[in-house]
Design a protein around this ligand. Sequence first.
Ligand SMILES: Nc1ncnc2c1ncn2[C@@H]1O[C@H](COP(=O)(O)OP(=O)(O)OP(=O)(O)O)[C@@H](O)[C@H]1O
Length: 768
Amino acid sequence: MQQEIESEQQYLDLLYRRVEELRTEITDQLARARRSDADGPTDLLDRDAQVARLEERATMLDHAEHALCFGRLDRHDGTATYIGRMGLRSADLEPLLVDWRAPAAADFYTATARSGSDVVRRRHLRTRGRTVVGVNDELLDGSGSTAQSFVGEAALMEALTAERTGRMHEIVATLQAEQDDIIRSPADGVLVVQGGPGTGKTAVALHRTAYLLYTHTTIAERGVLVLGPSPAFLEYIQDVLPSLGETHAVLATVDSLVPGLQATRGEHAETAAVKALPLMAQVMAAAVQARQGAHSGEVTFTYQGDEYRITPAALTRLVRHAQQTDYPHNVARRTFRAELLDHIVELVLTREQQLYDSTDSGFEEELGRLDRALAKGEDHLPAKVEGAGTEVTGLAGRHEAPRLLRELTADAAVSGVLEDLWPHLSPEELLEELLSDGDRLAEAAGHLLDEHQQAALARPPRQGWTSGDIPLLDELAELLGEDEADQDAAAQARREAGVRYAQRVLAASGNAGAVSAEELADRFTERDGRPLAERAAADRSWAYGHVIVDEAQELSAMQWRMVLRRVPSGSMTVVGDVHQTAAVAGTTSWDTLAAEHDHRRWHRRELTISYRTPAPIMAAALPVLHALDPSASTPTCARTEGDHPWLRTTHGDLADQVRTAVGAERDAGGTFAVIAPHERLVEIAMAVEQAVPGASFGSEVDTTAPCVVLTPQQAKGLEFDRVLVVDPGTILAGRRGHSRLYVAMTRPTRELGLLVDGEVPAELAHLA
Ligand SMILES: Nc1ncnc2c1ncn2[C@@H]1O[C@H](COP(=O)(O)OP(=O)(O)OP(=O)(O)O)[C@@H](O)[C@H]1O
């Protein structure tokens, strides 16, 4: 074996020599590119792009320090392929290392003695830094033992039993066949991956992201959006994609999907449940419609001393016409305003025509009308001023409609009517009015929501936004759109920033005079220099190439609408577990979800092996799962051995017991979490803090702290070496209690303890 290790060490040394050569080449190229004189602005831009490309490659090589090469495949014909986290070629372009995502690497994850591949041996290389510390072989030619049930079992077990750090790591070296199969599935349609706790859904979703970005240029060009359940979860996973060399991904929660908007407060579960209803999409549409030409009876206004009226029939016709454009409200507003102004011009001209026609009707009368016309001022005697119209009355003729239109557009009373009938609206002002004004809500939603639902939505003004408001605001942003004035202002601001940047670039490059800053700025704007992920995250209407939704069972119907909108191609991977649904408005059936969006193509896959949870802990949690769903299938545990969970009861001395239990864990090393019901979080956190000063809890919890205190909802998707679940009875008694307790009990990788306050719930009686 030592001989094998030495031989692999020689190959690894060769790979690192090549990495060093490439590093030197890139450093030289970078220095040259930065020094090079750019002849003109286009050269400058090309140079910047080249520098960015080289910097990206240099960063990728930096990741070579960990597990550069982790596998080798020996084939029937005597050839060997080395598999690693990136592809490498020698100076004369011979392949030295195959990227794990390349088709040639697929056998490393999937080949078995019976799979029909020509692989005779799969070798896992275990490395520390640049040193090979071990090799594990699987013979696939039929001669070896078939007892191993996992690919690279020794390397896998080493990874699974390692102490956790509070940050997720990539698992390219030990991916299993069922996981690899999902990672490499086609990118079209919505792929739903159902799997129990710890089956690697998050890991698979992230590795699939890296695979898709590597394999599909169309996806790489638009980036991937990765949605997770909480900011703490995003921190937990944030290192995985960069360590795989991928930067074209945006990590977000559904609450942070709309740039500039933040959920700053919670709200009553009943209110959240109403806001999550799919019906709310119709309520939002009705709220917008209610602001389009809404008026009871005739609209009247005074122009140049005369009163005009717009009849309900004319108004209805104009509103319908603007609505039929199917443009969003703020865009259709242009059509409405233009046509209403034309209508008003027509009213004015008709009135003037009538005046003209009746000049014969009597001299007295004529004089009176002429006086009135003169009283309108010089501007309204076009015939005299411009030598057109009628010499007799000075009234506007039909050919003067354009001038009249200009005057009407500038008239304050007319503008007021236009604004009242079809105002420019922002999502924030419209939702604010709707939620804080019962009459407006009843007007928009009276036929859609009952009185209780309306009452649940009502709140005082200026309260700040909740998580449930964000999808409503996004829906409204879609329905309202941006009118050209908004877009022009934004484009102008972008251009001004570009000109300032271009001026700095020209000054620094000594190219001032060769091209104007404005010209250069326009070229910069065409090629926005910001990294793709930054541009995508800042743009509400960015169309991603692929969207990954983790803990997808938590999303409400309105949140799904918001997410689907961001991926017009429909290319998505949705991972979750319908038995872990903690959100009141979350999903408990993938079939129902697919039926609600049946215009998308849905594919369904399952992960069946839990890599996190040792068998004794899974066994402890199963009665909770089966109380929720007796027919639920249970994951097989990769780790069959482990400590048995303990349960202690307390009677009125819960805080003391928490202090004692937490104190006992203080110096055990690794990560430790206390999971407590939301209602008792502060009380429990204070007890924990006394035992372990510096324990982390609250909305910005730090998962790398030696001890964290979390609610079951905050614990979603996370894992810790040791977990203490406090007062499981209260967790069970709450909404979605069984799911939440199931989540809490399946977070540990090593030890689970439960402190029951009072009577032991039936679901935990087997542990008492
Ligand atoms: N093939 C593998 N090799 C090494 N580690 C793995 C493998 N698959 C999963 N793991 C590890 O198992 C743990 C659980 O994985 P992950 O968090 O992705 O599971 P999950 O299905 O998302 O869990 P949950 O539903 O509880 O959120 C992680 O530490 C992950 O790194």
